[in-house]
Ligand binder design. Structure first.
Ligand code: ADP
Length: 633
């Protein structure tokens, strides 16, 4: 009998699992029960359309049996079972979910890799030195036995099994001074673990328990009769089987919700918020939704699959129903159980199902309201949420041509230059002093630098606040929105801010007329890099700044250029000079002396400087450095 090898990454993970310092070993039972329950669901689901399956819902069950003598714990189910190929595929490879390399080295962090990567079955090796799986698939004539003692590999042989289903036999590891694996053979311990982790499982989880009772008192017992006891075994159902979402909220403890969430959705952090909802009328459903407490590792990648588990009258019909969630709420996890859906609905008909559309609309409103309630009542949690998923909300506003901006806008948060913390748009508007017409923002890589931009200081000096936008998507999101509560968004480096006084305006106009020739010369020297040169009287100690005209800002140009096929994307730049700066005087003098070479050099320098201040790359850093050196010598 040949020993089969595990796939490479499986081996690595298995190794880690076996030698795990993982403190929470007991979850192996929850993992195995959860697999058994899924298998029962699948078989039941199949029976609805295939009469040959020949079972009813009441026939399905999960049985756990400890045996102290052989030191084994057996978990069996009469679910769908596995064929030989499935045994090999499902149990011969792990971490099917992909990027696995990441955390294997970090085992000291004690991260729940087991949960996060769907390697549920393998957790059995945390407590067992040998695992045997005997399974017979629905419709198969023979059963197969998969057996493994860990990293060496596994064997697969034909086996005897009369009924459809799966039996998993764990030979527990030997006890050590610190680890008492034999605890898992005690029936009270097993009963506790089932209650703790698997109470809501819809199928009965049974176990034979040894009990003791007083024998009936004999008729002829005398005064000195001492009661006698006898032991007997009883098949006990360990779980209450009521799905957690069907239980009244008042009866469910927070820990229960958290435990359910972590178990069902493979997360290692408690959810930030639990949303329960029961509606009747146009769409009748019960929903139990969760806002995750951390960002899934693959959240912002193509691999991430959104969706809610969909149940029809308590029977799971789809694990991840994507149609129930809009993309901008794709981080929401949860369960929706509806009596309105037919059990044998197919994926295709589901998409067109009117009931489903109604549910989606109603869920969307509910999620929005809960998020907003969190923002109002639980700021700290909301900020955690925002840190994790705010980007998704911004994409939501930007996507579909801004169709969802009204729904999402009051969830937005940006960093305030004045308050040095996150503020909502409503908070920004509330604090606007009289006379402030628009919502100012600056976009770039980091908040510190943005706050130091010449125009940022100008805006702040007027007593206005400024939103510092540091994510790629920010400006695109604001551009799609255009305004919020009738206040337009104004990029401080785009167009005319109109913040100069009447006197400054007049002086600028005069300076522009006076220096028309000089500006032409500068423009020519910069050879197409700028559209025009202007005078900006509000620059104070800064000699120069750049602004953009039209729809594409300089920061957007930078973001777009990182994307494929972005050639030709360019902002229309205006070079703004400070007429009160000594540098301006130097320019004028060079021009007056007819030194075109010097004017050209100064123009290059000022342009590059303005780019640097704006946090934009300069085209030719070497040329820039040489220019500076040339002037210093
Ligand atoms: P996951 O449950 O996250 O998919 P597991 O490693 O726990 O990962 O299980 C791998 C696969 O093996 C399951 O998806 C399922 O197809 C199959 N499997 C595991 N246990 C059983 C069982 N008791 N009955 C039928 N199939 C099972």
């Amino acid at each position: 009998m040949a020993m089969r090898q595990f796939k490479a990454e499986s081996k690595k993970l298995l190794d880690l699992m076996i030698n795990s310092i993982y403190t929470n070993r007991e979850i192996f039972l929850r993992e195995l029960i959860s697999n058994a329950s899924d298998a029962c669901d699948k078989r039941y689901f199949k029976s609805l359309t295939d009469t040959s399956v020949g079972i009813t819902k009441d026939d399905l069950k999960i049985h756990i049996q400890p045996d102290k003598e052989s030191r084994t714990l057996t978990i069996s189910d009469n679910g769908i079972g596995m064929t030989k190929e499935e045994l090999e595929k499902n149990l011969g490879t792990i971490a099917k979910s992909g990027s696995f390399d990441f955390k294997a080295e970090n085992q000291s962090d004690n991260i729940d890799i087991i949960g996060q990567f769907g390697v549920g079955f393998y957790s059995a090796f945390m407590v067992a030195k040998k695992v045997t799986v005997i399974s017979r698939a629905q419709g198969a004539d023979t059963a197969w036995k998969w057996e493994s003692t860990g990293v060496e590999g596994y064997t697969l042989t034909e086996a005897d099994k009369d009924d459809v289903g799966t039996e998993i036999i764990l030979v527990l590891k030997d006890d050590t001074d610190t680890d008492k694996y034999s605890d898992y053979l005690e029936d009270y311990e097993i009963a506790n673990l089932v209650k703790k982790y698997s109470d809501y499982i819809r199928f009965p989880i049974t176990m034979f328990r040894e009990k003791s009772r007083q024998k009936p008192k004999p008729e002829d017992a005398g005064d000195d009769y001492k009661p006698e006891y006898e032991t007997y075994t009883e098949l006990e159902t360990l779980n209450s089987m009521v799905p957690i979402w069907k239980r009244p909220k008042s009866e469910v403890k927070d820990e229960d919700y958290n435990e359910f969430y972590k178990n069902k959705f493979m997360d290692y952090t408690d959810p930030l918020r639990v949303i329960t909802s029961r509606t009747e009328g146009t769409a009748t459903y019960t929903a139990l939704l969760f806002i995750p407490g951390s960002t899934p590792y693959d959240y912002y990648t193509k691999e991430y699959e959104k969706g809610l588990a969909l149940y029809a009258s308590g029977v799971m019909i789809m694990e991840k129903c994507a149609d129930l969630l809009p993309d901008y709420f794709s981080f929401v996890k949860g369960v929706v159980d509806s009596e309105d859906l037919s059990l044998n609905i197919s994926r295709e008909t589901l998409q067109k199902d009117n009931q489903l559309k109604l549910m989606r609309t109603s869920l969307e409103k509910k999620i929005k309201n809960e998020l907003h309630a969190m923002l109002v009542n639980d700021r700290e949690k909301y900020e955690t949420f925002w840190k994790n998923f705010g980007r998704q909300i911004k994409f939501g506003i930007y996507g579909d041509y801004g169709m969802h901006k009204d729904l999402l806008a009051d969830l937005l948060m940006f960093y305030s230059a004045k308050e040095q913390k996150l503020v909502t748009l409503d908070e920004y508007i509330e604090k606007m002093p009289e006379g402030q017409k628009c919502i100012y923002f600056a976009a770039g890589d980091d908040t510190d630098r943005l706050g130091k931009l010449p125009n940022a200081q100008l805006v702040l000096s007027k007593g206005y606040d400024l939103l510092l936008c540091t994510e790629d998507v920010d400006e695109f999101c604001l551009q799609v929105m255009r305004d919020y509560k009738e206040k337009t968004f104004q990029n401080i480096n785009s167009g005319d801010l109109g913040l100069e006084t009447e006197d400054e305006k007049k002086a600028a106009e005069a300076a522009e007329t006076e220096n028309k020739d000089l500006f032409e010369e500068i423009k020519k020297a910069l050879n197409g890099k700028i559209k025009e040169v202007k005078v900006n009287p509000t620059l104070q100690e800064h000699p120069v700044t750049l602004s953009a005209e039209g729809g594409i800002s300089m920061e957007m140009e930078k973001v777009l250029r990182r994307m494929p096929n972005a050639e030709g994307v360019e902002s229309t730049k205006v070079l703004e000079l400070n007429p009160n700066h000594t540098v301006f005087a130097a320019l004028k003098a060079a021009h007056a002396a007819g030194d075109t070479d010097k004017v050209a050099k100064y123009a290059e320098l000022l342009y590059d400087q303005a780019l640097l201040i704006a946090g934009l790359p300069i085209e030719d850093p070497v040329a820039y450095a040489q220019l500076v050196c040339g002037l210093m010598q």
